[in-house]
Design a protein around this ligand. Structure first.
Ligand code: AMP
Ligand code: MG
Length: 431
């Protein structure tokens, strides 16, 4: 070392970027280039769960299409049922899937749930409120027809589901940018859509860095060499990406070498919208990600004022977006859900990219404030409060399985027992 070169430990510490600023920068780069109308694809509705809709969906019909019964019972004219003792003959039977004929005055129609209300009927009486008269009076004129007696006077409209009460013809049932849930698939199918116009899947290449990493299955636990660990990040990252509708190319584990890292990044950048890496993005000599990205493209974000998750990076390599996650599993998971997830949703033109948090009482205390904004692994308890996982280390993945969400604790803040804190659930963030 020469006298002029400053030792690494004396180098000025870079200022850490606040999470919100980093997120704003990422989102400004996430122009929905794959969300434009030209890039949509028609996908079988069965396969559309979790994907983003590329066009508004208008309903070509009313849902329900006709007035129909919401009960098994009898369709009546209310004016025929003013006298509780009156007996009425059952002039027709209408099951779901069939079509009745206009209701003859002075008669009722046997009707089942979902069957169309016959013209002339203005209410349904549930079968529990009717007495079926097995014995027909001897003098009955239409003795071939069964007769019923209705104890209570019905209200007009009762037990009738009105045509269009769910969706009226021409209405937009789902908007462009909607992320499709199982319920949305049901609604889309209900208006007759066998296929849906979806934003095409982002093509995401992932790789893990770390010479210590071993794939489960390749070495038995008892044979693991000292210093090696199984690759955890690859599994949750792939699962999270799939849930977000991405087409994943998994490049496996890349060794901690500059040239290998550059080669992997260059190759991935050619045919992918996004490159996602884990590990190797800190400042040690074995961390090759940052210089490799700078050699191939540009780095826009590096090192965040958050805990866990400080060593996060964003950059561009050619047209591809680069997102570098820390290697520590909890840091990797937390930066994914707080940064990569909104980025990937924005890239697809999703209308909602952020998840709302709620205020809940802390049933724990956190007496030591940190300079960085912290994300604590917690679990909702039966008393409506939050319990804290005892080990908040960024390597302890158990905290993310035991926990059901994160407390977003501002920088410099302590938490006292009973304080209201911001909670975001994993159910939202993993979706
Ligand atoms: P790094 O960010 O590469 O310095 O890694 C930080 C810590 O995370 C180290 O203890 C690594 O062994 C660990 N780590 C890195 N990648 C993974 C991975 N894919 N799965 C599990 N642990 C990892
Ligand atoms: Mg490493």
């Amino acid at each position: 070392m020469t006298a002029s070169s400053s030792p690494a430990f004396l180098a000025p510490r870079p200022t850490l970027l606040p999470l919100d600023d980093a997120l704003a920068q990422l989102l400004s780069f996430a122009t929905p280039e794959i969300g434009v109308a030209a890039a949509y694809e028609l996908v079988d509705t069965f396969e559309a769960d979790g994907r983003v809709l590329a066009q508004d969906l208008h309903s070509p019909l009313h849902i329900p299409p006709q007035d129909n019964s919401s009960m098994d019972g009898y369709a009546v004219r209310c004016s025929d049922v003013q006298n509780p003792a009156a007996q009425l003959s059952v002039s027709q039977r209408i099951a779901a899937g069939s079509e009745g004929s206009p209701l003859q005055p002075g008669t009722v129609a046997r009707i089942f749930t979902g069957a169309p209300i016959p013209a002339g009927a203005d209410a349904v009486v549930m079968q529990e409120d009717c007495e079926l008269l097995a014995e027909l009076p001897a003098q009955s004129v239409d003795s071939a027809l069964p007769r019923i007696r209705i104890a209570q006077t019905p209200q007009p409209g009762q037990w009738i589901r009105r045509a269009g009460e769910d969706v009226s013809r021409g209405a937009v049932v789902l908007r462009r940018g909607a992320r499709l849930s199982p319920a949305s698939l049901g609604l889309a199918a209900g208006i007759g859509q066998a296929q849906l116009p979806l934003v095409r899947r982002p093509r995401v290449a992932i790789f893990s860095t770390g010479d210590e990493l071993v794939m489960p299955g390749s070495v038995a636990p008892a044979q693991m060499k000292p210093g090696t660990i199984y690759n955890s990040n690859r599994f949750f990252l792939r699962a999270l990406l799939k849930r977000l509708g991405c087409a994943v190319t998994d490049r496996g584990i890349v060794p901690d070498q500059r040239e290998a890292t550059i080669d992997a990044l260059r190759e991935a950048s050619a045919a992918h919208d996004v490159i996602l890496t884990s590990g190797g993005v800190s400042v040690g000599e074995e961390d090759h990600i940052k210089p490799a990205v700078q050699a191939l493209g540009s780095l826009h974000v590096w090192q965040l004022a958050m805990k866990p998750g400080k060593p996060f990076a964003y950059g561009k390599i050619g047209a591809a977006h680069f997102l570098g996650l820390p290697g520590n599993p909890v840091s990797s998971l937390v930066t994914f859900v707080l940064l990569v997830r909104p980025f990937l949703l924005a890239l697809q033109g999703a209308s909602q990219v952020h998840e709302p948090s709620v205020l809940l009482p802390a049933h724990f205390s956190w007496p030591r404030a940190d300079k960085r904004r912290e994300f604590l692994r917690v679990r909702r308890n039966a008393a409506g409060g939050l319990d804290l996982f005892p080990n908040q280390s960024s390597g302890v993945l158990t905290s993310t399985v035991w926990g059901d969400g994160l407390v977003d604790n501002p920088a410099g803040q302590t938490i006292g027992h009973g304080d209201a804190v911001r909670f975001i659930s994993f159910a939202q963030l993993f979706n």
